[in-house]
Design a protein around this ligand. Structure first.
Ligand SMILES: *Cc1c(COP(=O)(O)O)cnc(C)c1O
Length: 361
């Protein structure tokens, strides 16, 4: 079934955002994060574009990596949650995946594994995020255990993840960096710490491998800083058609809950996209959309398949497209209005819209 919402994915913008990553962290190798369907942009299409341009692709789980291998992608792939059972460990070994090891069950699987050649491994250090990883005190012991495994082709690397890198002044990042350095001091192995926010603000965290995600897709990883000012270009433009334009009298209300009252006689447009398409229901009256290159405001509550916009002073016609986010309206603005983050909007809407790919030059 084809719903009316369409997401246009501009791969040349993706390429430019990647250039920005490279210019900000020139000596580091790049793991481009393509988990969660490449943040809603299409796992295989995005991975096919990036595969020759980066040093590795990053996914959360083994099935995502296998989908990439099935699509013929031979690039190095880092699986950030690693394998969860013996089958996944075997698959990781067979398909040459890099697996992150973050808990004891995985150590046991590795010690018992009957495979000739183990996957390349990364030790996840919990430097303070408290989600995945070994506590700093255990890192040396885990490192020794892994290095003692037979069938290991390369020395395991060390990885950690920042909790607050999107807030450049938050002291948490420096604390995490110090804990990571203390835990890995004197141990051989490559380092990977930086997500997009840390690539832009924490030069000391660049090290051997950086792991950009959101900035590749053109949204700002930093609170209070626009994507445009960072030189990032939006990769996704989300559009849907106007399916009605109605005129209402002053005082008439629009939509569920009758939360918006027309301040004067005015035209109201109805756009064929709603929360069923991943557009956030939390977006309030005043959230911008772009009609004919001009900004208009959403009015009233978002419905499942529709939302309403104030068309005063905009000579729009039924059938034409409205941009919900993209070049004209930054997704970061929408995230602010909806009290969420761009990541969630991209993941929710990208996979449900009909995607088309602009390859540019
Ligand atoms: C998703 C993810 C990233 C990328 O984070 P962004 O904020 O999107 O740059 C990096 N590292 C890990 C482990 C991740 O899960």
């Amino acid at each position: 079934m084809r719903r009316p919402a369409r997401a246009q994915i501009d791969l040349s913008a993706l390429g430019q955002n990647l250039d920005l990553v490279r210019s900000r962290a020139p000596p580091s190798r790049i793991v481009a994060m393509v988990k969660s369907d490449a943040y809603g942009h299409g796992l295989c299409e995005v991975a096919a574009f990036l595969a020759d341009r980066v040093d590795a692709l990053g996914v959360a789980c083994v099935p995502e990596a296998l989908a990439l291998r099935d699509a013929g992608i031979g690039a190095r792939i880092v699986v950030t949650q690693g394998f969860k059972d013996e089958d996944e460990l075997r698959a990781a070994a067979a398909h040459g995946l890099d697996a992150v090891v973050h808990e004891d069950g995985q150590l046991i699987l590795l010690e018992r594994a009957r495979v000739k050649r183990l996957p390349s491994l990364w030790i996840k250090v919990d430097s303070g995020m408290h989600r995945l990883g070994f506590s700093p005190e255990r890192v040396a012991q885990v490192h020794a255990t892994l290095n003692g495994l037979s069938g290991l082709a390369t020395v395991p690397g060390f990885m950690t993840h920042f909790a607050c890198a999107d807030e450049p002044d938050n002291p948490m990042s420096r604390l995490q960096l110090a804990r990571f350095d203390a835990a890995t001091s004197g141990l051989k192995g490559e380092h990977s710490l930086a997500n997009s926010a840390a690539i832009l603000t924490l030069v000391h965290a660049h090290r051997d491998w950086v792991r950009p995600g959101i900035m590749l897709y053109g949204s700002s990883p930093l609170l209070g800083t626009t994507a445009r000012s960072l030189g990032l270009r939006p990769v996704m433009s989300l559009r849907a058609p106007l399916i009605a334009i109605n005129r209402y009298r002053q005082g008439e209300t629009v939509g569920y809950g009758a939360t918006y009252a027309c301040p004067e006689d005015m035209p109201v447009g109805v756009v064929a996209i709603g929360y069923g398409d991943g557009y956030p229901r939390h977006a309030t009256t005043g959230t911008p959309v772009s009609v004919r290159g001009r900004r208009a405001s959403l009015v009233g509550r978002v419905s499942m398949d529709m939302l309403a916009v104030d068309l005063r002073d905009i000579p729009a016609r039924v059938g034409e497209d409205v941009e919900l986010w993209g070049e004209q309206v930054s997704i970061d603005e929408i995230a602010q209005h909806a009290e969420t983050i761009s990541y969630e909007l991209l993941c929710n809407a990208g996979g449900r819209a009909v995607r088309t790919y602009l390859r540019g030059i």
